[in-house]
Design a protein around this ligand. Structure first.
Ligand code: IPM
Ligand code: MN
Length: 366
């Protein structure tokens, strides 16, 4: 898959290219899937003539419960110096919802200015999709989600909290600069994918008459610089409808943070579920973070039944971003050889254990 701008750190120019990757295995099944991802990426590195130098950080719910600190600033400082970050999952049943998401995941996205959330929606061979009469030839598009603004910016507040007159405000922040850099990235990526070279803007211009007016104008202006890319527009509700009815219409979709969050869960389902869905939080000029998008799945922890393919695919995206596109593609090709052999992508139903699936991908790489 093509993940857009690549980054080639200084180390990549020396004899044995070595990449410093910060690993956050995280909570629940995170460590189990990351273990398989590292196994596969080490194999891909050996084959590609480079090395990955892994540095693990025990960030997550367990540490938060022990220390009361979600993301120590010393760790954040080290993350800034890594070539990339490889994240398992964040989320702990004993921690109130929001604390770890805000304190770790969103904090890293914002502090490192990872302004693109890239989510490929691709149905691999032999994978079951809930969409009737649709196959891999119909489901292959990529969502470019803005990742630092919109409703996620944390702008808002309460008035008269806890009273019957309570008011809660949550404001969507859309800056021309933030929107435009996201749209520009999406145009570049659509061009580079070279598929049907069509970029669809997903918004809600009929209701969000300020925020998405800005998006629409920025989109149209940037489009003029890409005469070879066809453009399209869909309201977000219709987008959900078309993703189910005619997913083959899409090549690349660009959208805001909240809508991107929602449509990519739908995307994950049509590509076979959370077992395979990967994402990258990109700062094309800085440090990017790659993750399976499924969450920590605590009920499967330690059972060896969770599907590691999403983490492995996220690792493939990471290699591409690090400047090893061939190795990144090799990982994806290997995954595509393994998917037809699994009974299902769902946890506990694969017909193989977590580590056996990792082994199958390593074998397929050879
Ligand atoms: C995702 C997740 C996060 C998001 C949550 C955990 C804050 O759902 O990566 O899509 O909403 O961005
Ligand atoms: Mn989400």
């Amino acid at each position: 898959m093509t993940t857009g701008t690549t980054k080639r750190p200084a180390a990549a120019r020396t004899a044995t290219r070595t990449y410093q990757v910060a690993v956050i295995p995280g909570d629940g099944t995170g460590p189990e899937v990351i273990r398989e991802g590292r196994k596969v990426l080490d194999a891909a590195a050996g084959r590609g003539g480079f090395r990955v130098d892994w540095r693990a950080y025990d960030i997550g719910g367990a540490r938060y419960l022990k220390t009361g600190e979600a993301l120590p600033s010393a760790v954040l400082k080290e993350l800034r110096e890594a070539d990339a970050i490889y994240l398992g999952a964040i989320g702990h049943p004993d921690v109130k919802p929001g604390i770890l998401e805000q304190g770790i995941l969103l904090r890293i996205r914002f502090e490192l200015d990872q302004y693109i959330n890239l989510r490929p929606v691709k149905l691999y061979p032999g994978v079951w999709t809930p969409l009737k009469d649709k196959g891999p030839e119909h489901i292959d598009f990529i969502v470019v989600r803005e990742n630092t603004e919109g409703l996620y910016a944390g702008v808002g507040g309460f008035l008269r909290k806890g009273t019957p007159e309570e008011v809660a405000l949550q404001t969507s922040v859309n800056t021309r600069r933030g929107v435009e850099r996201c749209i520009r990235f999406a145009f570049d990526l659509t061009r580079k994918r070279g598929k049907s070279k069509k970029l669809t803007l997903c918004g809600k211009t009929n209701v969000l008459t300020y925020a998405h007016d800005l998006w629409q104008r920025a989109f149209n202006e940037v489009a003029a610089e890409y005469p070879d890319v066809r453009t399209d527009y869909t309201h977000v509700d219709a987008c959900c409808m078309w993703m189910v009815k005619n997913p083959e219409w899409f090549d690349a979709i660009v959208t805001d943070n909240m809508f991107g969050d929602i449509i990519t869960d739908l995307g994950a389902m049509i590509q076979g579920g959370m077992g395979i869905a990967a994402g990258g939080n990109l700062n094309p000029g800085g440090v990017s973070m790659f993750e399976p998008i499924g969450g920590s799945a605590p009920k499967y922890t330690g059972k060896g039944v969770i599907n590691p393919l999403a983490a492995i695919c996220a690792g493939g995206m990471m290699l591409e971003q690090l400047g090893e596109p061939q190795a990144g593609r090799a990982v994806e090709q290997a995954v595509m050889q393994v998917t037809p052999r699994l009974k299902s992508l769902a946890a506990g139903k694969m017909g193989f254990s977590t580590s056996e699936v990792g082994d199958l991908v390593v074998e397929a790489l050879r």
